[in-house]
Design a protein around this ligand. Structure first.
Ligand SMILES: [Zn+2]
Length: 112
């Protein structure tokens, strides 16, 4: 998951470059009211890129013989839930929880 987050950051950052943003990625950010479904509103090529990117952990575990049904479905459920949580337009997780457990910010994706 570590390499995926690194690659996702730079991929998304590249999508915000004026050239790609104005021609392509702005579609995702055009939501007037951000809601969970906004998290999966992308042009087709972005869906393909994200599918390839987020398959890395599953392929890595498959090739190393450490994959399981629980790890595959757990990973998919986790990234899908976090993606929806980050676009839900309200803070579901209270701020005091992040102050009490600072590393939590590296494990969760919230609107803030
Ligand atoms: Zn973006």
């Amino acid at each position: 998951m570590g390499p995926v987050e690194f690659l996702y950051y730079w991929f998304h950052r590249a999508l915000h470059h004026h050239f790609l943003y104005s021609r392509y990625h702005s579609h995702h950010h055009a939501s007037i009211v951000v809601e969970p479904i906004t998290s999966v509103i992308h042009p087709f090529a972005e869906h393909v890129a994200y599918s390839l990117l987020f398959s890395i952990p599953m392929l890595a575990t498959a090739f190393t013989g450490t994959a399981s049904v629980l790890s595959i479905f757990g990973y998919i459920a986790y990234i899908d839930f976090m993606n929806n949580l980050g676009h839900c337009n309200f803070e579901l997780v209270p701020q005091w929880l992040f102050r009490a457990f600072p590393p939590l910010k590296y494990l969760m994706y919230t609107p803030s």
